[in-house]
Structure formats: C-alpha cells, structure tokens
Design a protein around this ligand. Structure first.
Ligand SMILES: Cc1cc2nc3c(=O)[nH]c(=O)nc-3n(C[C@H](O)[C@H](O)[C@H](O)COP(=O)(O)OP(=O)(O)OC[C@H]3O[C@@H](n4cnc5c(N)ncnc54)[C@H](O)[C@@H]3O)c2cc1C
Length: 559
C-alpha cells in the first residue's frame, strides 16, 4: 500500500481547500446526521464500502478513522483519511453509481451510517448540512478529476476523433480518469504491452485495471463502469424524461423535488447542446457568464440530489398504443411510464462535404469548449455559421488562437446574431468575417489539414492550410424514434394550442379536454425545449419549459 507523505491526506491539497473539501462537523451537526441514520461500531480493518458497490451509504465518523483507497491491479493508492467529525462520499454517493474506491476503518471506533435514501433525505431536508455535504462532494470529485484519480485509464491520441469522443463522454459524466497519450507519454509502450494491445487499437479504455475496451461506444463504457446498475428498469415510473439537456434536467429537478418518481434517459452527453457551449452569457443570474459544462453538471447534481434516477441509455421507440406508455431502449429494455416528457433537443447540421465526418474530433468540432480550445491554441481556425453559438465560439476562440475566420453564406451577421456578439466580433482584430462563403472540401490524413472555401459572390475558390473547423450551423430535432406517436411539424413536435383540430382527430385524441400547454397530440406526453415546434432555442426557454411541464404532469396524474 502507498504510504502517506502527509500523515492525513493522500491527495496534494492546500490547507484552505482542505477545510472545504473535508469540513469538520460540529457536535450539533453530527447529532442531526445521527437522527437520519444509525450508530455502528467498527473494527480496525473493517471494510465499509467495497470498490464496485452501488448505492453506497454515507458514513460520518464520531471516533476512530476511515481511510479511502483506490484499489488498482492488486495495489491500493491512498486518497484520504477521515477522522472524527468528518464524513465519507463524493458525487457518486449521491448518484448511487458504483464506488471506484474502498472505505476501510483503520482504527476501532464509531460511525453514523446513512443508507442511500437516508442520505438523500438528509441533503433534501437539512439546508445547512445539505449545502456542506453537496459542496464537499462536488469539490472532492473535482480534485479527483484534476488529479486523474479514478478507476479508468484512457489510452488515446491527440489526433484521434474517438479519443476526443470518449474524453467528452467521461468529462460530461463527471468521471475521473487517467489519460495516456500515444504521441506524448513515454510510458505508453509499457502500458500497451502489459495489456497486450497494439498501437492501432487505440483508443482503449481500461476499467478497474481489468476490463479492456477497444474503441468502445458510450454505452459500453457506461456498462463497464456500472453507471446504470443501481437503477430499476422495470418499475412503472410517474415520469420518464428523455434527454438530459437543460430542458430535461429542469423537468427532472422540478419533478423529483415535488415528489414524483422520475427517471431520465440520456444517450450519453448530459447537458445536451448547452453542455458544449464555451460560455453562456445570457442565462439569468450569471452576470459574468457560465460555461455550458458547469451549468450542466450543476443541474445534473441538483436532479440527483432530489432523487432522480439517470440512466445512460438511448430511447429507440415509444410504444403508445396502450397505457402505461412504454419507452424502449437500445438494449431492448422496456420501461413503463404514466407520463413522459420528451426533451431530446436537436442534432447539429453539417456542411455538405463528403469527408467531414472523417475528421470529427480530429479537426472538425461542433462545440467550442475548453477542451477544443486547447487543441487549436496559437493556430488559425474557421467557424462556420452566423448564429449566436457561432458568434460565441468565435469570440471565445479568438482569446487563444492566431486568427478566427467566420464563414457565412449570407451577406453578414445582422439578421442571425445578437447585437452584443456582433459588436465583440467587430472589436476583435483577429476575427475575420467572410460573407457569401461556404466550405466545399476538407482534406487531411489522420487529422484535418486543408480546407477549401468558395465565395458565391466572386466565384473564387481558395485553399487554406487550416487544421481546425468549428461547425455551428444550427440543428435538426431528435424525433425519428417517436414512431408516429405524436404530431410533428417539419420534424419538431407540435404541442398545446399549436395542435389543430385536424392534428387531434388524426391522432385520435381520446379525451374531452384540449391538450395542455406543452402537451403533445398523445395525452400525458409532453415536449419541451429545442425539440418542440415554436420553441425559442435558448437555455433559459428550455429550462422554463422543462419546469412548467411539471405542473401539467401533476394535473394529468390526477386525471
Ligand atoms: C455551441 C452552442 C452554444 C450555445 N450557446 C447558448 C447560449 O449562450 N445561450 C442560450 O440561451 N442558448 C445557447 N445555445 C442553445 C441551447 O444550448 C439550446 O437551446 C438548449 O441546449 C436546448 O436544450 P434542450 O434540453 O431542449 O436540448 P439539448 O440541449 O439538445 O439536449 C437534448 C438531450 O437529449 C439527448 N437525447 C437525444 N435523443 C435521445 C434519445 N433518443 N434517447 C436519450 N437521450 C437523447 C441528447 O443527448 C441531449 O443531451 C447554444 C447551443 C450550442 C450548440
């Protein structure tokens, strides 16, 4: 076992952070925790949480010590030691997902044990302790992510699109991991040899030092890490929400906090489109802006705090000919629900270049977050599109790149972009606006190397050695899986007053009342956010619709 350099902590932390990450509770706070759980004596060496356990309890230590270690390939790495007045746990304790660590008493003593439900009851009802616990959980996870301490190793390459895909999946799911880069890490060959891997098999994900996944899908990683293990997939839910973008997460927070039994299904990128936004500056309450990823991870935790179950899975069909309705997953599982909120958002549009998908993640990106900005620091980049997301990306990328070319098919930005962004673009010397211009070809080997663009006004075609292309051309709704269950308009879901008498009679609307606001042509099924026809494509409106939908969910549950 690794010995401690610092007698108390395994992770390098400054003392000011230690107080927030490992707060010492007062005797009064400890007795309030005790009211939610039970007191348990522990012996030295007794394991309280084993790696891989799901829905793990929370332990508050009243006497003795509990160490947290990460077991990996027969060895343990010390993460921390909790003493009297401290408590175990991080955000995994909240979600009920598999524990990546082992908790073991190192001295005889006494702890207060709260099972998963009791812990949720505590954070939901005791405002002061709820805040202390939530803050500590979030900071602990952040430290683990920064230190790369997790139970997963990713071996990849800076030039591989699939490596970027996996990194984003892990980051969006708050999963700490160690990263070994084929091009830059001197130990990579040893690592490959010890798992009998060839360089051309990367990206490779190694779970708990045992299971080796070669270029895995998001679902394979989720299964390997046991993301879905603690979640019941057969019980009839009050509400299933499909999609964990801002609208779905808002519906989850309001639904679960108001006592509904809520399950959220998400294909893999919690936070949706908003999660890929580098900086959201027009969301109420964040005067200096907030990164989409941060907003998404806060909302994700908030939903879990109120007891929402979040399943990393794709909904592939809605079975709507009898009640309860059934949502079918890619795995074949079928989950029944009394009410449904569809929050599946939209999919990015792409310029019609035949090679484009080859370079996705390897020079072609649909979001401009910190991860992408690091990849193109000091280089020239192209942003395609004239909407607000393109404008934000251009302004953000201009901070770290040599030059940003904005390509728009129209004459300018005035019609499609907010004034404040247009002004910032005009004031930034390194941003060049190219009107009437379209990408017509992308070329390269393993990575994008050259881009050709065409000016529709002058008829000129130019080739440039530019290695990074950000596509921000808007999106199409994710509704193909709905299998004709609800009325659509150009693929977007029609709701409430937008449903004409013809729509309702074609759908066989079976009840006396008219559809509620946000209700689709199928009773008790609602649509919110970008997937809904007529929606204003903004984070705030997605959040607003997700929250409003819950008041109608309560109404239909009482019918
Ligand atoms: C780069 C970028 C920057 C932006 N910046 C801003 C901004 O600054 N301010 C602003 O107000 N708006 C901004 N927007 C727009 C805003 O992000 C969207 O309006 C908002 O995210 C819509 O939320 P949503 O929940 O409706 O859908 P989405 O965000 O699209 O989320 C839908 C979710 O559903 C999941 N999903 C889809 N199909 C399935 C399925 N079959 N099964 C399970 N899950 C599924 C997806 O994986 C996704 O996570 C930006 C958008 C982008 C792309």
């Amino acid at each position: 076992m690794t010995t401690m350099s610092n007698a108390r902590r395994g992770l390098p932390l400054t003392s000011s952070r230690i107080e927030k990450i490992f707060p010492k509770l007062t005797p009064a706070q400890i007795s309030r925790i005790a009211a939610h759980g039970h007191i348990r004596s522990v012996q030295s060496g007794e394991v309280l949480i084993e790696q891989g356990d799901t829905s793990t309890p929370l332990f508050a230590i009243t006497s003795g010590e509990v160490e947290i270690v990460r077991p990996l390939r027969g060895q343990e790495t010390l993460i921390t030691v909790h003493g009297p007045g401290e408590f175990t746990g991080d955000v995994t304790t909240l979600s009920g997902r598999q524990s990546f660590a082992r908790a073991r008493a190192t001295k005889p003593g006494e702890v207060i044990e709260l099972d998963h439900q009791q812990m949720l009851g505590l954070v939901q009802t005791d405002a002061e302790l709820g805040e202390i616990l939530m803050r500590a959980f979030i900071l602990r996870k952040a430290v683990l992510i920064t230190a790369g301490v997790g139970d997963i190793v990713l071996i990849g390459s800076t030039y591989s699109a699939d490596t970027l895909r996996i990194k984003e999946f892990l980051m969006r799911n708050g999963q700490p991991y160690s990263y070994i880069d084929l091009e830059h890490d001197p130990d990579v060959q040893n690592m490959l040899d010890s798992f009998h891997l060839a360089a051309n098999e990367i990206p490779v994900v190694i779970c708990r030092g045992q299971v080796v996944l070669r270029n895995p899908s998001k679902q394979e990683i989720a299964d390997c890490l046991g993301f879905n293990e603690s979640i019941n997939q057969t019980q009839v839910r009050d509400l299933i929400i499909i999609g964990a973008g801002p609208s779905g997460l808002a519906a989850a927070v309001y639904g679960a906090s108001e006592g509904l039994d809520v399950l959220v299904l998400e294909t893999g990128s919690p936070g949706g489109q908003a999660g890929s936004s580098s900086r959201i500056e027009n969301y109420l309450g964040f005067p200096t802006g907030i990164s989409g990823q941060e907003l998404a991870s806060r909302a994700y935790l908030q939903a879990q705090k109120f007891g929402t179950d979040i399943l990393i899975a794709k909904a592939t069909r809605l079975i709507c000919d009898s009640k309860p309705y059934i949502v079918e997953l890619e795995s074949g599982a079928r989950i029944p629900a009394r009410t449904i909120v569809i929050a599946t958002g939209a999919e990015y549009r792409r310029p019609p270049c035949k090679n484009l998908s080859r370079f996705e993640g390897a020079g072609v990106y649909y979001g401009a977050t910190f991860v992408e900005s690091q990849l193109c620091s000091g280089e020239e980049v192209i942003v395609v599109g004239g909407g607000n997301s393109a404008g934000q990306a251009a302004v953000f990328l201009a901070e770290t790149t040599k030059r940003v070319h904005i390509l728009v098919r129209s004459a300018g930005l005035a019609e499609s972009m907010s004034r404040y962004l247009i002004r910032r673009i005009e004031e930034t010397a390194t941003i060049v606006l190219r009107p009437y211009t379209e990408i017509i070809a992308v070329e390269g080997d393993d990575h994008l190397e050259f881009v050709r663009w065409h000016n529709n006004q002058t008829g000129q075609t130019e080739e440039h050695k530019i290695r990074h292309l950000f596509v921000m051309m808007g999106a199409d709704p994710n509704t193909s899986w709905l299998d004709g269950c609800v009325a659509l308009d150009k693929g977007f879901i029609k709701t409430g007053p937008d449903l004409s008498p013809d729509n309702l009679s074609a759908a066989g609307w079976p009840i006396m009342r008219q559809p509620y606001l946000l209700e689709t042509s199928l009773p008790s099924v609602f649509a919110v956010g970008d997937v809904r026809g007529g929606n204003i494509k903004r984070v705030a409106s997605a959040v607003g619709e997700g929250s409003i939908a819950i008041s109608f969910v309560h109404k239909v549950l009482q019918e």
